[in-house]
Design a protein around this ligand. Structure first.
Ligand code: EPU
Length: 339
């Protein structure tokens, strides 16, 4: 385990926003999390925050008087099961996209549409990442965690993770209770069956691609993403900043009357932003992306305070126009840390 002191959180997150963290612990071995717990006790530090690659997180401007704990354990093991299935046991510190590549190399379907998502494997179950019709919950069999306070190690079965749209126990009622060490996935060799997500199908049609091989779909998804979503290596953002809004089933009819596009009870919130005239608009250095309106780009913003002002103005404009309240998706260190 590596211990560093006084690190700007803005250097650890793709949005590049956040004050200093008193400590950063980087865990390299599977059970380093136990040493991390002991180190906190030794230092008399109470606050901590589990961070992945920082692709969906930023921090408030105040110093974080605790430890940011980062999983760098990235071992990947595969095992052939019967019936063309493959079990992958993957260290939470592995880059998500490296895992996707491994699955498509082996001809597996299940996460090919999640290609190109920034972040780590350990962060994937936390917000049940999803894109182009796939959600990670459908491939996870169980998650290996350390219950941080008691240092107990255990497997949590997928059905006990309470997965739903961008939610699980890990960002819900048990937030911060468990540190995700590794994730077990079961994928099947083969191809996606049934309808593909609209914008993906459109892209394939345009290119005249009819193959559904995982490697082909992953490549297509990467191309569609690249044309819309900023690459966090070069442009500061945290991906979709706002969640898509869900309405009650009885409200769907009203959406249709008002001409608001939706997918079942999921309102296309990017459309609300776009049709509020917000695409490409800059607020205090934070710009609503002109390609994908759910994405907020940090062009020249320096502080969390300014970002909050920007978000408040954006939300107000959408609420006044359409009557919906926007909900940010990313996690905020300093607001949701433990203790
Ligand atoms: N739309 C617009 N204008 C926009 C963006 C979207 O009108 O600027 C409308 C369109 O009607 C479009 C629909 O919204 O057909 C859906 O848009 P898109 O397929 O681009 O997806 P999204 O709802 O904007 C979600 C995820 C993305 C994921 C894509 C693709 C959330 C919060 N975001 O975005 O995830 O890549 O679907 O499946 O659910 C992320 O979480 O960081 C992320 C990028």
């Amino acid at each position: 385990m590596k211990v560093r002191e006084n690190i700007p959180i803005s250097d650890l997150v793709t949005m590049r926003i956040g004050g200093n963290a008193r400590y950063v612990f980087e865990l390299e071995k599977e059970l380093d999390i136990i040493s991390a717990r002991e180190k906190l006790e030794e230092l008399g530090i109470e606050k901590y925050y589990f961070l992945g690659a920082g692709a969906n997180t930023f921090a408030t401007d105040e110093e974080f008087d605790g430890a940011i704990i980062i999983n760098k354990y990235d071992k990947i093991e595969t095992e052939e099961l019967s019936g063309g299935k493959i079990k992958f046991t993957v260290g939470g510190g592995l880059k998500w996209d490296d895992f996707v590549n491994k699955t498509i190399e082996l001809g597996c379907t299940g996460v090919e549409c999640l290609a190109g998502i920034p972040g780590t494997v350990g962060a994937a179950p936390v917000q049940n990442i999803g894109a182009y019709g796939q959600e990670v919950k459908d491939t996870i069999s169980r998650v290996y965690v350390a219950e941080f306070e008691t240092k107990e190690l255990k497997w949590i079965l997928a059905e006990d993770c309470n997965f739903s749209y961008r939610r699980s126990i890990f960002n819900g009622k048990e937030r911060g209770k468990y540190f995700i060490i590794k994730v077990e996935f079961i994928l099947e060799k083969g191809e996606i069956e049934g309808e593909l997500y609209n914008s993906l199908q459109r892209y394939l049609d345009e290119k005249g691609i009819t193959s559904r091989e995982p490697v082909v779909l992953a490549e297509a998804v990467r191309n569609v993403r690249d044309s819309k979503l900023p690459d966090p290596e070069f442009i500061a953002s945290s991906g979709s900043f706002f969640k898509n809004i869900y309405v009650m089933p009885e409200e769907v009819e009203d959406l249709d009357k008002r001409g608001i596009p939706h997918h079942g009870t999921k309102v296309n919130t990017g459309w609300l932003l776009e049709n509020s005239g917000l695409k490409g608009k800059d607020f205090y250095g934070f710009k609503v992306s002109d390609k994908a309106a759910l994405v907020l780009i940090n062009e020249s913003g320096k502080t969390y305070a300014d970002m909050q002002k920007a978000v408040a103005e954006i939300s107000k404009i959408v609420e006044e126009k359409f009557g919906f309240k926007l909900e940010p998706e990313p996690n905020v260190i300093g607001k949701e840390d433990i203790k």
